[in-house]
Design a protein. Structure first.
Length: 131
């Protein structure tokens, strides 16, 4: 009976270590995602503020249109860059969890959170700009 108890204890300890490792992996990737979100949203906020200033202050219609168009392209480029980096991080996270044969549901949860935050921010921008 003693060897069986030892094996059960070892299995329990291994599961605890695996569980701790998975939590560390998930929280590490979550932090990376939040850092990316903050970095890109901060830059996008600046561009939108500049766009709002241009809308309110440039009197020449063709200059205003060209300026706003340039800012739109910059915002769309930032969104594309952020999407690419976020999805790369999520892909790495999924691969790392799959290598451990762990549940990957957090990957979809984080993807959904990102897409929701992005949609909310885009709505705020549209509202701020009056479009």
């Amino acid at each position: 009976k003693e060897p069986v108890k030892k094996l059960e204890k070892q299995d329990s300890q291994a599961e605890k270590l695996d569980s701790q490792l998975i939590v560390q992996i998930e929280s590490g990737y979550y932090k990376r995602l939040k850092d990316l979100e903050g970095q890109y949203m901060g830059r996008a906020d600046e561009v939108v503020a500049n766009m709002k200033y241009a809308i309110d202050n440039i009197k020449d219609p063709s200059l205003k249109e060209a300026t706003i168009e340039g800012y739109k392209e910059e915002v769309f480029a930032l969104i594309d860059q952020c999407d690419n980096e976020v999805y790369a991080v999520l892909y790495d996270m999924q691969n790392e969890l799959e290598d451990l044969q762990a549940d990957i549901s957090k990957v979809q949860q984080y993807r959904d959170e990102y897409n929701e935050a992005k949609a909310t921010k885009q709505s705020q921008y549209i509202s701020k700009l009056g479009y």
